[in-house]
Each structure stands twice: as C-alpha cells, then as structure tokens.
Design a protein around this ligand. Structure first.
Ligand SMILES: Nc1nc2c(c(CN[C@H]3C=C[C@H](O)[C@@H]3O)cn2[C@@H]2O[C@H](COP(=O)(O)O)[C@@H](O)[C@H]2O)c(=O)[nH]1
Length: 306
C-alpha cells in the first residue's frame, strides 16, 4: 500500500487536469478535526454477516464484482450486496469454489434477480471463475484461509490477493510511471475490518496503511467539497456524461488525486489535533455522503477495477 500512496502522490504533483487544492484540504480538515461523523459499516443493512468464514467468502465474492454499476441507471452496489446475501441465505453452498467456476451470465442475473444483462457481465463472470479457480488451487477453496495466512496484516493481504488474482491488479501507467490503486483488494480488507469490527477475520494491526478506495463516487464528492479542482475540459466531459477511457490521464488523475487528497486531509487532522484518523473512516464518510447526494455527477469509465 506504500506504493499506492507514493505513486498517487507522484500523479498529484505531475497532474494536468486535476488539482488537489490546499485551501480546500484546510477547510475540510478544520471541519472534520473535532469529530468525523461516524458512519457504521453496513449502514444500509444490505450485507451478509454470520461472524464466520462464510462471511469472508461472501465479502471476497462481493469485492470481486464490486465495480462499474453506472452503465445501468437502476443498478447499484446495493443490488449486488443484497442479491449475493439473499443467494447465500437461500443456499450456503452458493459461493463454494467449484460452483463459482461454473456460473454463467444468465445464472448471475437469476441470482441477483436482474431482468437484463449486468454491466460488464462477461467480465464479472470471468472474475468469479478466476476467484473460484485460484481459491481452490491455493487456499483449499476458502477465502478465510487466504485471510488467515496474512497474520493480521492488511498489507500482506493486499499483496497476496494481487499476486494470486490478476483481476485485482488495479494498476496503470501514467506519463511513463506505473501507478498502483488496488481499490478492490483494499476495500476487501476494509470490509473485513468493518464487518468483523476489527476482531477475528477483521483484525489488522496495520489498518492505518489502507488508503481510500479510488472509485467514481469519492472523486466527485471531493470536487463538490472544494478539495479537488478540475480543468474546464474535464468538467465538460463529466457534466456531459461523456465516457473517459480507462487509463487516460484524466481518469488516472481523478483516482490518484483522490487517494492523495485523503492522505493529506488525514495528515492535517493529525497535525492539528494529534489524532490518528484512518483513511478507511474518511473514505466511508465521503462515500456515504456521495451516494446520498442525488445531484452528484461522476466520471464514467468502463473499468473492472471500480
Ligand atoms: N470509495 C468507496 N467506494 C465504494 C464503497 C462501496 C461500498 N462499501 C461498503 C462498505 C461499507 C459500507 O456499508 C458500504 O456498503 C462501493 N464503492 C464503489 O462505489 C461505486 C458504486 O456506486 P453506485 O453506482 O452509486 O452504487 C462503485 O465504484 C463501487 O465500487 C466504499 O465504501 N468506498
């Protein structure tokens, strides 16, 4: 995760279309310094939780498909989380490694009660197969074994996931430099931490090393709060709902500058108050704020990473 921090900082200091505004950072840090409004993990009440290994399997499957909901106006993360929960409640073997490798697009639609193809459905199916195959090959079919082998280190977990599961390798090349964002691998660690309340499968001695999760909601929230500033051409692309291609300068800057801005906010809060705030907590607050804001316009990139 050090690489996520360092390479995002590099993008922020070489950025052409997105600026991290220090006055905006100061204002937000000042507002949040006394108390960060606490957002409960699963404030929506949509996730499966049984305090055991099946929850870990559920979260891993969920985060394997936790990307790109916007191409279908009515689809959202909530549908995926709640649909997978229902599937597991109806049949506890739904996410067994052998079954994950057999799902088809129509099976997935049926499971999620979705009447039409899901956004990037073929990729979702392919990634489910990859998860099933590699869990079976290296972790006795169980995501819980993967987590257990990381000895309570989120850093180890992210690096183990990205080395075993190519679909989680969320990185790109920007102005000739490799940039790491690892959104879905990191959010899996955070989901464990949040759901298990920092205990058992959710205990990580280095949770502070997790960065925010560079998706399409938080960059838009940071812009609305005055923390990020966009060039006129980027603003125009977003406002006119034009697609940004994956790996374009603008897209990488939106994501990396968001990571960097959240790190700066947290450092500033620490400087002002001596309090250690987690990027995970800041992220959840920003994200929850964003999804409740109906007028939020976000960038549109077809991506399997977020
Ligand atoms: N930065 C960040 N991005 C997040 C999440 C979550 C959900 N986290 C769960 C964890 C605990 C809570 O109780 C949440 O339920 C999803 N996303 C991203 O949002 C986008 C979906 O948006 P929409 O199209 O409106 O459904 C998509 O890119 C998705 O990958 C988060 O926490 N942080």
């Amino acid at each position: 995760m050090e690489e996520v921090r360092a390479t995002s900082a590099w993008v922020a200091s070489n950025s052409s279309h997105v600026t991290v505004d220090s006055a905006g950072i100061e204002k937000l840090a000042e507002k949040m310094k006394d108390s960060i409004p606490k957002v409960e993990w699963d404030f929506e009440g949509i996730h499966y939780f049984d305090n055991g290994p099946l929850t870990v399997q559920y979260l891993f499957v969920l985060d394997a498909m936790n990307f790109c909901f916007w191409p279908d106006n009515e689809m959202s993360y909530d549908h995926l989380a709640a649909g997978l929960k229902e599937a597991l409640q109806n049949d506890k073997t739904s996410f067994d490694a052998d079954r994950l490798q057999k799902y088809t697009g129509p099976d997935l639609r049926k499971m999620l009660r979705w009447p039409r193809p899901l956004p990037l459905e073929d990729e979702r199916v392919r990634l489910l197969h990859e998860v099933g195959f590699e869990l079976e090959r290296s972790f006795a079919g169980k995501a819980s074994k993967l987590v257990e082998s990381c000895e309570k280190s989120a850093t180890k977990l992210v690096s183990l996931i990205t080395s075993h599961f190519p679909g989680f390798r969320d990185h790109t090349v920007y102005k000739g430099h490799q940039v790491f964002l690892y959104k879905r691998a990191q959010i899996f660690a955070a989901d464990l931490w949040g759901s298990f309340k920092g205990q058992g499968y959710g205990k990580f001695n280095d949770i502070e090393s997790v960065t925010m999760f560079a998706d399409y909601i938080v960059p838009a929230v940071l812009e609305q709060l005055g923390v990020l500033k966009f060039s006129p051409s980027l603003t125009n692309i977003i406002e006119s709902n034009r697609e940004l291609s994956s790996g374009s300068e603008e897209e990488v800057e939106l994501r990396a500058c968001s990571v960097h801005a959240v790190e700066e906010i947290r450092e500033l809060i620490h400087k002002k108050t001596g309090k250690q705030v987690l990027s995970v907590e800041l992220d959840l607050w920003l994200w929850a704020f964003g999804i409740q804001c109906s007028s939020l316009q976000h960038h549109r990139t077809l991506s399997i990473y977020y």
